[in-house]
Ligand binder design. Sequence first.
Ligand code: CA
Length: 227
Amino acid sequence: MRVLIVEDEHKIAQAIKKGLEQETFSVDLAYNGNDAYDLAAAESYDAIILDLMLPGMNGLEVCKKLREEKNHTPILMLTAKSELEDKIAGLNTGADDYLTKPFAFEELLARLRALLRRPQTALKNELICGDLTLNTQTYNVTRNKKTINLSKKEYALLEYLMRNKGRVLTKDQIISHVWDYNSNVLLNTVEQYIGYLRKKIDRNFPSKKSLIHTVRGFGYKISEENV
Ligand code: CA
């Protein structure tokens, strides 16, 4: 999952980025409202962590502008003030949740996960495809009840595929949700990682159906049905 952090206090921004990267997110940073807006409009984020007080456009303005343009990326608003009006203003402009500074990283993570879960609340923390399961809370991946060890990138790629089970994803879509802006990712990097996943998910379970499918000319999908 790819997240944009917008925070003008560099130290806080870097700390959140580091924390989220440890949790397998790919993270981009913006230090002012205008850069935040430009990035959010150009890239595909799964969530935006948006500070309220920013140089340039403030957080409320960024949020309002994105929503006016039908950008529905979940937004978690950060505010240094705990006043009721700020929260109400934030939610009225289309933020999905807010967090008052200072906060514990664990709380930020919990709220972020809750936002990412919203479209599929029924699934709770577990993504399932046939006998393959991925727990987004514990990062535990199993097939046929056997634990599969994945690198952070492999996990992030698998999570993105599983959140879009049955849908064909292009390499460009995969790159924009699994890698951050600063990574120099080539299309064949995606092929390479799909290859790693295939080995661990499919080839290591030869008696089981293949779950990762190549849709020639389009991209990849995960599905328990044969294409
Ligand atoms: Ca600020």
